[in-house]
Design a protein around this ligand. Structure first.
Ligand code: SF4
Length: 73
């Protein structure tokens, strides 16, 4: 299990100094899924329900994955 997440997306609400992610949990998924669920807000349904709803999302390459937890500052 990963306990420390390094991230360089400095305009994210959860980004902290020295390129650390300060979120309690993050969800990484395939780009196509993030786009399809872009109107869902994490606060409107439980984390488990969200992950279950999205399901497994194999991705053909690193470039087609995204952090779904990203929230602009
Ligand atoms: S939520 Fe995602 S994009 Fe935001 S700081 Fe954490 S890893 Fe980076």
């Amino acid at each position: 299990m990963v306990t420390n997440v390094s991230c360089t997306v400095s305009n994210c609400y959860f980004w902290a100094q020295d390129n650390i992610c300060s979120a309690d949990n993050i969800l990484i998924t395939a780009d196509k899924v993030a786009g399809a669920h872009s109107t869902m807000a994490l606060g409107q349904e439980s984390w488990d329900n969200l992950v279950e709803k999205i399901g497994e999302t194999p991705s053909p390459s690193m470039a087609e994955t995204a952090c779904y937890t990203f929230k602009p500052r």
